[in-house]
Ligand binder design. Structure first.
Ligand SMILES: [Zn+2]
Length: 712
């Protein structure tokens, strides 16, 4: 290295080091306050910020020195000692702002959209102004590091405080208006911060002690402003109930806590005869609960299944599903539907939903109806400020470099639930709906000791799965080996155990708060998952038992009903069961029934999958399915009608794994069941449909679909 280069490299590196430290502590505060993240993540962030800050600063030093030599006649560069800190500051703001605008505020839009272009332009202008102001900042005798710290502290503090309000606790779907406010606030904070600190520095010139106190006070102010923003449960996800609501008083106002373990299969729960000791907390809960042995979901994926739970109706009736006749793409749960949250809200209940499955349960799909509080954001760690910029790069090369999920873990959801429980009015009964997501794809990184449970090693997993080609499997050209099957189970068992542990924590919290005994508590799942059974993966594609036969246990106030029940029920029956228990009348439109009265057909539906897994094997998956479990004469049968003619029928007494299609053996029964499904479908009209049965879209729904990009 040439001698003339040493000073700028050192200067740049120390600037970067200071910057890295400031960033790290801002981020640390953000995540420490609100999440349960293991120590290694903190250490990783510290190193990441310091290393990238130091290296980046040094590189910037070399680059700027090069510029200085090249354009030594340029006014700004030649004379100004503040050029380094100003550049560094500007580049930090630029990097972060650019990333935020293009990745987070306008996800998937990139830079081509006019609104995004305008946002970027506005942002660039602010950066330029900031740079010019900062580089004209009067130099102090202590040199560049101090100048940098002085010029960055206040705007950074303001930026952090501003971000909390404008960005971090915002729901994931950001609107255009918010985008502009974000950019505007961002730029304004920067310019304002530099102007203020510049004026302050003039006043404090040659008074280092005052300068130190001044900066100290500013830092404290910024941190205080930041902490005032509070956790997300404080206000940001609060939804205000309609003002004209007339409150009624429920005859039996018990608290209701409804837990959905998204994508949990029945055989993952030890109480149902799965591997022993996989779910000790849930098993203990089951001992004081009514355990439904034959609970069938109305659909094999999140949106229609949750809509069925919320409305007590089948997908064909509530309409929140893919390609329902007359519908387009995935329909939201239209506001004409009456949900359990709306009913309980009208009875004066405080209603809250905390959903880890933000893709399915986004408020944009209309699931927030009736909730006073609706949490559908990504984990806090996902919203790290500078961290996201720095993390996204190495993650492109090594996905598991940082063990952060884009989906909230049950530990994080619990944090929000506990906050909410603490701040609620204890005199008002509540309805709390919680969706946990560990069993679902995408939650790969759980903290230790859970991650390495049963000796799980990622390298071993990769080795066993190396030759598994899912495309071949779904085309019946490859079988999933027993070793691979075992690996699937092992992979999942750790996550289910982690979930079980945190469900245990929630139940303990309820006991601690003396809310457990008298509450109505439901634990269930929305659907299951396939690991190569039936030559299929994931959910969304079939109606086999692995996908729709779900765990369902209900703990009644005072544990008034316990034991196993073989009564066949569905997820549409949970809502009427709750209303019945609270002494509230069940609305006429509801198709489900209280458990003891269930005499409706047990039916599940799936509408054609043009996207999702169907891409793997369109010939197989481009079809609608409808399944009915029934008794015909002495048989207990399950018939799956298929729109492309590949009907299947299985004997549920001898073939619960559905390997033996008996359609050819019983043509008469098939005909009878097909007609029964037909008659059932004709017996009702979709909610929110017009006379011809077509879905009509209200303005609000169209707006929703448009915001999701479904309508142009
Ligand atoms: Zn789901």
């Amino acid at each position: 290295m040439k001698k003339g280069n040493t000073k700028p490299v050192l200067t740049g590196a120390s600037l970067g080091l200071s910057g890295g430290l400031i960033l790290f502590f801002s981020e640390l505060l953000a995540i420490y306050a609100h999440t349960e993240i293991d120590v290694r993540t903190y250490v990783f962030f510290l190193l990441l910020f310091l290393v990238t800050g130091t290296l980046g600063g040094a590189l910037l030093g070399i680059f700027l020195n090069f510029l200085r030599n090249k354009f030594s006649s340029t006014k700004i560069v030649a004379e100004n000692a503040n050029f380094f800190p100003a550049s560094f500051l500007a580049s930090i703001y630029f990097l972060y702002g650019f990333y935020y605008i293009n990745q987070i505020l306008t996800p998937g839009m990139g830079m081509v959209q006019p609104v995004s272009l305008a946002a970027n332009l506005l942002f660039a202008i602010f950066i330029l102004v900031m740079f010019l102001v900062a580089s004209g900042y009067p130099s102090s005798s202590k040199g560049a590091v101090r100048t940098f710290v002085e010029s960055s502290l206040l705007p950074l503090g303001l930026l952090v405080a501003l971000n909390v309000r404008l960005f971090i606790w915002q729901p994931p779907q950001t609107q255009t208006r918010e985008l502009f406010f974000g950019v505007l606030g961002f730029g304004l904070a920067g310019v304002l911060g530099i102007l203020i600190s510049r004026t302050a520095a003039k006043l404090l010139a040659n008074r280092p002690a005052f300068s130190l106190i001044f900066n100290g006070v500013l830092t404290l102010f910024a941190l205080y402003a930041f902490s005032l923003s509070g956790p997300p449960s404080a206000s940001s996800f609060q939804i205000h109930p309609p003002a004209n609501l007339t409150m009624m008083h429920p005859p039996n106002p018990k608290n209701v806590i409804w837990i959905v373990m998204d994508t949990a299969r029945r055989d993952q729960i030890s109480a149902y005869g799965g591997e022993p000791d996989r779910t000790p907390k849930i098993d203990a809960f089951a001992e004081g609960a009514l355990v439904m042995n034959r609970a069938i979901s109305s659909a094999p994926w999140t949106i229609p299944s949750h809509a069925s739970m919320f409305t007590g109706m089948f997908p064909s009736k509530h309409g929140a599903d893919r390609n329902v006749p007359g519908g387009k793409f995935t329909n939201p749960l239209v506001s004409e539907n009456l949900t359990i949250a709306e009913i309980l809200q009208s009875y004066g209940y405080d209603t809250a939903c905390m959903a880890a499955n933000v893709a399915g349960l986004s408020r944009n799909f209309g699931f927030d109806q009736g909730f006073n509080y609706y949490f559908d954001a990504r984990p806090i760690a996902y919203y790290l400020l500078f961290g996201r910029v720095l993390v996204s790069l190495p993650q492109k090369f090594k996905a598991n470099l940082l063990r952060l999920n884009e989906i909230s873990l049950s530990s994080e959801i619990n944090g929000i639930v506990f906050d909410w429980l603490k701040q609620r009015n204890p005199d008002v009964p509540f309805f709390l709906f919680i969706n946990y997501m560990e069993p679902h794809d995408g939650v790969e990184y759980i903290p230790e000791p859970f991650y390495s449970m049963s000796g799980f090693k990622k390298s071993e997993y990769d080795r066993v799965m190396e030759n598994l080609d899912q495309t071949k499997v779904v085309h019946f050209q490859q079988e999933v080996t027993p070793e691979q099957q075992e690996m699937f189970v092992k992979l999942l068992a750790r996550r289910v155990y982690f979930l079980d542990y945190h469900i245990g924590k929630l139940l303990n919290k309820l006991r601690e708060m003396e809310l457990f005994d008298e509450a109505l508590i439901i634990i269930t799942s929305d659907h299951g998952d396939l690991n190569g059974e039936h030559h299929s993966f994931g959910h969304n594609t079939d109606l086999y038992n692995e996908l729709i036969w779900v765990p369902l246990m209900v703990r009644y106030p005072g544990a008034s009903k316990v034991g196993f029940s073989d009564q066949a029920v569905q997820n549409i029956d949970i809502m009427p069961e709750i209303l019945n228990c609270l002494g509230i009348e069940i609305p006429q439109e509801v198709q489900g029934q209280p458990f003891e009265e269930v005499n409706h057909d047990i039916i599940a539906e799936l509408f054609e999958q043009k996207k999702a897994q169907a891409l793997l094997n369109p010939e197989r998956y481009y079809r609608d399915l409808r399944a009915i479990y029934t008794k015909v004469n002495d048989d207990t049968l399950k018939y799956i009608w298929c729109s492309n003619g590949h009907d299947e029928m299985f004997d549920m007494l001898t073939d619960q794994n559905e390997l033996n299609n008996i359609v050819p053996l019983k043509p008469e029964v098939v005909k009878h069941l097909e007609k029964r499904l037909d008659d059932w479908l004709k017996s009702f009209k979709p909610i929110g449909s017009d006379e011809s049965g077509k879905m009509k879209f209200t303005k609000e729904v169209e707006e929703r679909l448009r915001s999701l990009g479904y309508l142009k």
